[in-house]
Design a protein around this ligand. Sequence first.
Ligand code: ATP
Ligand code: MG
Length: 429
Amino acid sequence: MRLSQLFSKTIRDFPKEEEAVNAKLLIKAGYIRKLSAGVYAYLPLAWRVLNKINNIIREEMNAIGGQELLMPTLVAKEYWEKSGRWDVDVAFKTQLPTSKSPEFALGWTHEEAVTYLATNFISSYQDLPMAAYQIQTKFRAEARAKNGLLRGREFLMKDLYSFHTDQADLDNYYQKVIDAYKKIMDCLSLNKKYLIAEADGGPFTKEYTHEFQVLAPAGEDEVFYCDGSASPADGSTLPTGVCDFAQNKEISNVKVGDECPRHDGIIQKANGIEVANVFKLGTRYSDAFNLKFKDKAGVDQPVIMGSYGVGPTRLMGALVEVYNDDRGIIWPESVAPYSVYLASLGTQNKKVAELAEKLYTDFSKVGIEVLFDDRDVSAGQKLADADLLGITWRVVVSEKTGNKIEMKARNLQEVKLLSIKEAVNLLSR
Ligand code: ATP
Ligand code: MG
């Protein structure tokens, strides 16, 4: 992609109305724009990042037998009435112009829709277990839309739902989803940056749910956790963890400095961004929709369910909160919109311009994703934008580099002088 033709542009100053680091940096760098409170457009750069995040999630969901589908955004009143969730504060409601009152809620979650769908296809123990997921825009009338992508009124969610014959099978699958989520966190370079915290299961269960909490000052949640056995050297890196005690403040009875109830460590507190959660639903929705299966003896039994959410847009915001410096964003390589930011310094020089064009072609030919800064702007601006955008590798050609090129990783200081061939080898590792 040529930067001169990119739909968005970087801007000089941080947007004044944004307080959150993620929104400030993503808007300044031209990834997103706000259209109203809690409502953002994901511009081409952000959409590439989101698709990479979504594909990482997809791969892990498919690996545990999740089948991707897409459910409607317009979910009719009758479904919500069955579960008793029509009158909730978070729902945006709508109707046909000819109607006097709301007939639909815009999907803010899909337990109702998926359970209804399952009643069409699940009738026997032989139909179970089953798991289906979607990646879709969800709508929520969040009272305070703040914190940029961390709390939107419109946001992406991956929601997986599972169906089982018995509690043991649900428990087993629940653990599989937790393991899949751990792999997703690893792929996003968030390992050691998060905790799995126990949280309130809601009014219908005594069991805890589990939340994946990325530790960052911007996080709205507070998490109490065991420091393992010794104090972590710095608050941003978690102990390697002999003890897994972590609880959301909402349910926790401990305070900072207490002895850990499960281990001989000390309780610490941190702010967390809840990027994912796993939830045992039991028969709450299968009862509401009369979703039953015949067991081996031919007796009707309620289907046992689980639901499991991940927020790709919230994850994108969390990544920016965790990975940035005073010059801009530092994407983990797995989700960077491009792997190379190619900048030609001194475009008036014909040799420099030609070498840059050749690199752009050569890199693209072997499948290296390049954002080519071919703009007629100062070297200073090109280098500043390279850092702001946070793309993994910066490749520079200038009069100074001759036939060689300069390569620098966004997160390192070292600059390497390489031949084109050496660079291609390094990048197509
Ligand atoms: P929270 O407690 O932060 O309001 P939640 O517990 O209501 O979130 P779920 O309904 O379980 O969240 O949604 C699943 C996932 O969707 C969350 O883990 C989060 O990643 C994402 N998510 C939820 N609400 C929002 C929002 N307003 N903006 C962005 N992402 C969200
Ligand atoms: Mg929550």
